[in-house]
Ligand binder design. Structure first.
Ligand code: WTA
Length: 672
C-alpha cells in the first residue's frame, strides 16, 4: 500500500507547520504532546475516569470498563447511572445557567427587511420545561418507558431537540432518520429497531420549497408493524395533512393539554443503557444500527467539547449538521447542551436565499466557535470572498471541519480568508461508530502546529494507528489503513454494538485484524514523520457525498428496484465541490432499451426512492458488468476505468469484454 496520497488532486503538505501567535497559552511542542499522549494511552482508564468525575452521575460506577456479553462490546462505567437530559438541562437550571440561552433557532424564510422571518431563543429553563412536558406526555399518554424504542423523522426545528432530550430523560432508546431519506429508508429502520412510536412533522422547508414529510412517513408506516402512535409537529401548516384518527396526534394539541408545571423526574439510566441507535451505511444493502450508550458517550462528548472546541460559557457555538447524522447527535444536541453552551440551529440551506446566508448567521449571533464541512467550504470558495468579507466575522475564534478529508486549499481558505489567520482550524476525524472525535488538534488543551489538510494526532486516550493488511504500522508517509487499537468511551455499546447483529459487528470491525483487537475504521490514511494522521478517504465501498455517508450497495439496490434495471454497479468519482459523487453502470432488463429518458428516470428514481443526496451524477448503460467468476461485481475495476487509472489485478475477472463495455459506455458519454 505504498504510493502518493492526495486529497482532491492536491498533494499533502507534510512539512508545513502553521502556528498562531494569539494561542500561545495552549501551545506545546510536538515532543511534549507525544509524551503526554503516550502516557494517556497507557493509563487510559485513569484518564476517562478523571473526565467522568467532572459529570453529575445519578449513581457512581463500580468499574471504569468491563467486557460485555459479546466479544468487543465493552461496558463503560458499569454499575453507574447517568441521565443525559438531566446532564444537559437540570444541572444548568439548578445553577446560574438557568436563564442563559440554550438554543438560538433560525427558520429558513427571510423577510423583506433582510432579517429572518422566524427566530426562536430558548433558555435552559425554557428548554427544560418543554422537555419535561413532552416527557410527561410520552410517559403518561403514550405509555413510553425505559427500554422502549421510538423513531424520529424531523427537520431542524427546536422540537427535534425537545424530543431527543425527552426520550433520553425516560431512557427510551431513539433512532433519528434523516429527513431527506425516503419512506423505504424510514420503514426499514423502524422495523429493525422495533420502534413503537414515531415523531415526525407535517413538512419541512428547503430552499424556499416545502416537502411533505408526513406523506412520506405515511408511506413508511404502511410497511411497518410496530408503530401504532404518531406525533406530528406542525411546521409548514400545509393544508390537507392526512391525520389517521386514533394513531396520529398533533404535537401542539397534545402539549396544550400538559400544564407548564408538569415535571418528569429523570429516569435512573444505567451507564451502558442504549441512548440511541443510529443507522449508517456499510458495505451491504442493509444499514448498520450502531448503538451508543449513555455514560461512555457523555464522557467522550464532554472531553471533546473541552479539548477540541475549547468551549467557554461566553461562546456562541454553531454546527450546521443535520440531526439525522451523528454530528447532529453529538455536536448539535448532546455535546453543547451537556456543556451548558449556547448553540445555534439553522433550519435551511446554507446558501439560501443568497450565498452569504452562512456569514449572516455568524454575524447575526456573533458565532465564536464554528464546526463546518469541507463541502460547504468549497462551495463558499466558489461563491467568492466578497460574500464573506461583507460580514463581520470578528466574533469567530475557532473553526473545525468534519465528515470528509479537507483539501489543503479549502483549509487555507478557512484559515486565511474566513478566520484572517486568527483562528485555529482543524479537521476532526471520527465516524458514526466512534460516537465522538478521535483525531484532531486540541486548541482547548494543548495546541500543536497545524498542517493544512491534516487531522492531527489522536486525542488523549485514543490509540489510533495507520497499519498494513496484517496490522503492522506502515512506514511514515506511506498509505495504510486506520485502526483504533484500544477501547474508548463512546464506542458502540451494549448489548451488541450493532442493533440485533453482534456477529456482523465483530465481522465488520474486528475480524480483519484478529487476533489483534483492532477496530478497523474502513479509511485509508497516512501518518507523517511528525505523527500527524491524514485520513484520505474510504477504503471500502462506502461513499462520502458532500460528507454524507452512503453505501454503493444501497444505491444499487435502489436502482435495481426500478422495473427496467437488472443489475447495477455504483462507484464514486472525485468531485471538486462534493468530494465524491456516485455514478452508476446499469444493465437493463430484456425489453428495455437505453435512452436519455431512461437515464433521467433512473436518476430521479434514486432521488425519490432513496434520497436526493444519493442521486447518481451520471448513469451509463452496459450489456454486462465486470464480475469475478463467483459472480461478485468488481467495482474496483469500474472505478479504475472511470478515474482513468490502471486496472491492477484482473486475474479473477470472468470476462474481459465487460471492461471494454464499461470503458466504451464511460468514454462515449464523457466525450459528449
Ligand atoms: C470520513 C462523520 C477525513 C471518514 C462524523 C469516516 C473524515 C467517515 C473526517 C465517517 C475528516 C469524517 N477527515 N475523513 N475530518 N471526518 N471522515 O459516520 O471516511 O458519517 O470513516 O461520521 O467520514 O462518516 P460518518
Amino acid at each position: 500500500m505504498t504510493g502518493e496520497t492526495e486529497i482532491l488532486g492536491e498533494s499533502l503538505p507534510f512539512d508545513e507547520r502553521i502556528e498562531i501567535p494569539n494561542w500561545e497559552h495552549r501551545k506545546v511542542d510536538l515532543g511534549t504532546y507525544r509524551k503526554s499522549h503516550e502516557s494517556s494511552v497507557k493509563n487510559s482508564e485513569v484518564l476517562w475516569e478523571t473526565v467522568a468525575k467532572e459529570l453529575d452521575w445519578q449513581r457512581p460506577w463500580d468499574a471504569v470498563l468491563a467486557k460485555g456479553e459479546h466479544p468487543h462490546v465493552a461496558k463503560w462505567f458499569p454499575g453507574g447511572a447517568i441521565n443525559l437530559s438531566q446532564l444537559a438541562l437540570d444541572r444548568h437550571v439548578a445553577g446560574n445557567r438557568k436563564n442563559k440561552v440554550a438554543l438560538i433557532w433560525e427558520g429558513e424564510a427571510m423577510g423583506d427587511d433582510g432579517s429572518p422571518k422566524e427566530v426562536r431563543k430558548l433558555t435552559y429553563f425554557d428548554l427544560w420545561r418543554e422537555v419535561n412536558r413532552f416527557a410527561f406526555l410520552l410517559k403518561n399518554n403514550f405509555g413510553m418507558k425505559k427500554g422502549d424504542r421510538m423513531a424520529v423523522y424531523l427537520p431542524m426545528i427546536p422540537e427535534a431537540v425537545v424530543v431527543l432530550l425527552a426520550a433520553a430523560r425516560l431512557g427510551v432508546t431513539f433512532t433519528v432518520v434523516f429527513s431527506g431519506f425516503s419512506a423505504e429508508a424510514l420503514s426499514s429502520r423502524i422495523n429493525d429497531l422495533g420502534a413503537k412510536l414515531l415523531v415526525t412533522a407535517d413538512g419541512l422547508n428547503r430552499r424556499g420549497k416545502q416537502v411533505n414529510l408526513k406523506e412520506i412517513a405515511d408511506k413508511a408506516l404502511e410497511q411497518t408493524r410496530t408503530v401504532n402512535q404518531v406525533i406530528v409537529v406542525k411546521r409548514t401548516g400545509s393544508a390537507g395533512t392526512n391525520m389517521k384518527a386514533g394513531r396520529d396526534f398533533w404535537f401542539d394539541d397534545l402539549m396544550r393539554g400538559v400544564p407548564v408545571s408538569a415535571r418528569v423526574e429523570p429516569e435512573q439510566v444505567e451507564s451502558e443503557h442504549p441512548l440511541y441507535v443510529l443507522y449508517t451505511s456499510g458495505t451491504t444493502g442493509k444499514p448498520k444500527g450502531m448503538i451508543h450508550d449513555n455514560g461512555g458517550y457523555a464522557v467522550l462528548l464532554h472531553a471533546t467539547m473541552k479539548w477540541v472546541f475549547d468551549l467557554k460559557d461566553e461562546d456562541i457555538y454553531w454546527c450546521p449538521a443535520d440531526i439525522g447524522w451523528v454530528t447532529g447527535h453529538s455536536y448539535v444536541v448532546f455535546g453543547p447542551l451537556i456543556e451548558g453552551a449556547t448553540t445555534v440551529i439553522y433550519e435551511g440551506t446554507l446558501d439560501f436565499p443568497q450565498p452569504d446566508r452562512w456569514w449572516q448567521v455568524i454575524e447575526r449571533y456573533g458565532v465564536s466557535v464554528f464546526y463546518t464541512t469541507p463541502t460547504a467550504t468549497r462551495m463558499q470558495m466558489r461563491f467568492g470572498e466578497d460574500f464573506v468579507k461583507k460580514h463581520d466575522r470578528s466574533s469567530l475564534r475557532l473553526m473545525h471541519s468534519v465528515g470528509e478529508p479537507i483539501n489543503p486549499s479549502a483549509w487555507r481558505w478557512l484559515f486565511d480568508v474566513v478566520g484572517e489567520k486568527r483562528c485555529p482550524v482543524g479537521s476532526t476525524w471520527w465516524m458514526t461508530e466512534t460516537g465522538g472525535i478521535m483525531i484532531s488538534i486540541l486548541p482547548g488543551l494543548m495546541l500543536i502546529p497545524m498542517k493544512p489538510g491534516a487531522n492531527g494526532l489522536p486525542i488523549p486516550g485514543i490509540d489510533a494507528e495507520v497499519v498494513d493488511d496484517k496490522g503492522d504500522p506502515v512506514a511514515h508517509g506511506e498509505k495504510g489503513l486506520l485502526v483504533i487499537r484500544n477501547m474508548w468511551p463512546g464506542m458502540p455499546g451494549a448489548p451488541t454494538g450493532m442493533w440485533g447483529d453482534p456477529e456482523r459487528y465483530v465481522k465488520q470491525y474486528f475480524e480483519k485484524f484478529l487476533p489483534k483487537d483492532y477496530f478497523f475504521c474502513g479509511d485509508y490514511a497516512v501518518k507523517d514523520n511528525d505523527g500527524y494522521i491524514w485520513v484520505a478517504g474510504r477504503a471500502d465501498e462506502v461513499l462520502k457525498v458532500a460528507g454524507h455517508r452512503l453505501g454503493t450497495f444501497e444505491i444499487e439496490s435502489s436502482i435495481v428496484s426500478h422495473k427496467a434495471a437488472s443489475e447495477a454497479a455504483v462507484v464514486a468519482i472525485p468531485d471538486p465541490i462534493k468530494g465524491e459523487v456516485p455514478i452508476a453502470f446499469v444493465v437493463l432488463k430484456n425489453g428495455f432499451a437505453p435512452s436519455e429518458e431512461l437515464r433521467k428516470e433512473l436518476r430521479h428514481w434514486v432521488r425519490s426512492n432513496f434520497s436526493a443526496i444519493a442521486e447518481p451524477s451520471q448513469v451509463y448503460f452496459v450489456n454486462k458488468l465486470p464480475k469475478t467468476r463467483s459472480g461478485k461485481i468488481m467495482r474496483r475495476l469500474v472505478k479504475a476505468v472511470a478515474e482513468g487509472k490502471p486496472l491492477g489485478d484482473v486475474a479473477t475477472l470472468e470476462d474481459e469484454a465487460s471492461i471494454d463495455e464499461v470503458k466504451q459506455a464511460y468514454e462515449s458519454l464523457t466525450i459528449i
